[in-house]
Design a protein around this ligand. Structure first.
Ligand code: MG
Ligand code: MG
Length: 268
């Protein structure tokens, strides 16, 4: 069942999402060759608690850490560990937080130092596909419209769209209805209306869309061991239109990038 949120609840959820946005912004300054993902995980846990929030992933389905850390060919759900990041790596950082009883859940794939231009293109296309998906998340449209927009754009670049993992409704629970696949057919699936809040999160592979689930029960990698990217935003429908609750602004501020990509989805 889809839980519709009131405008008051959406404002509370914006605070939850902002805790995560600020945490990713803090991490953006720390992602560099030599740092370990476990060090970043500890920084994030402390930073979230300082904001009177609770790490959202820690203990959820028995996950042992604050961040999902998925380098290079890992798609999502990787564990932080003691391996230092290296120049040329990419690292997908997925972060959750609970504030006001609501979850924030969003993700960004960072470049570690200088990366291959082909890999940079994967990041750019995946992030662009996220906004193309968000643009379709409006009253009257359906789940398949978002999935189609993401899939069509990524496949036009020859990339693989992961099927087994999907976006989701978001609220007092981390995973609510509806499921939000990153593939689909226009006009199919559940219809969107005001007060829906979802996490849209394309997981896009440079090669095959096929994945491998590891025996640790969590880590997922691409079957062909090519790179994979993951970007995620929390979005509400207000006045029929998509409104971003999360933001990459803190990341861009930290790494010195100017971007107007979120402007069309901001509160006017
Ligand atoms: Mg996430
Ligand atoms: Mg999510």
């Amino acid at each position: 069942m889809i839980k519709i949120k009131t405008l008051e609840e959406i404002e509370l959820m914006r605070e939850s999402a902002l805790v995560v946005s600020k945490t990713l912004g803090m991490l953006a300054k720390e992602v560099k060759p030599g740092v370990t993902t476990l060090q970043l995980d500890k920084m994030a846990e402390e930073y979230i608690r300082e904001q009177d929030a609770i790490p959202g992933f820690l203990g959820l389905y028995d996950f042992p850490n604050t961040l999902c850390m998925s380098p290079n060919e890992q798609v999502v759900h990787g564990f932080p560990n003691n391996d230092p990041l290296k120049e040329g790596d990419i690292i997908s950082i997925d972060c959750g937080a609970i504030k006001n009883g609501f979850y924030g859940d969003h993700a960004y794939t960072f470049a570690v130092g200088e990366i291959d231009p082909e890999v940079q293109k994967l990041l750019d296309v995946t992030k662009e596909s996220l906004y193309r998906g968000i643009r379709e998340f409006k009253a009257g449209n359906r789940v398949g419209d978002v999935g189609f927009a993401i899939q069509d754009f990524c496949e036009s670049h020859g990339y693989g769209v992961v099927r087994e993992l999907v976006g989701h409704g978001l609220g007092r629970k981390m995973h609510e209805d509806p499921e939000m696949p990153n593939y689909g057919k226009r006009g199919r699936g559940k219809k969107f209306k005001n007060g829906m809040v979802v996490a849209i999160e394309p997981m896009i592979n440079m090669g095959t869309h096929k994945i491998k689930q590891h025996s640790d029960g969590w880590t997922i990698t691409t079957l062909d061991k090519k790179m994979s990217a993951h970007f995620e935003h929390d979005v509400a429908i207000v006045d029929g239109k998509p409104q971003l609750l999360s933001t990459f602004d803190y990341i861009y501020e930290a790494i010195g990038i100017e971007s107007d990509e979120e402007d069309e989805f901001r509160v006017k």
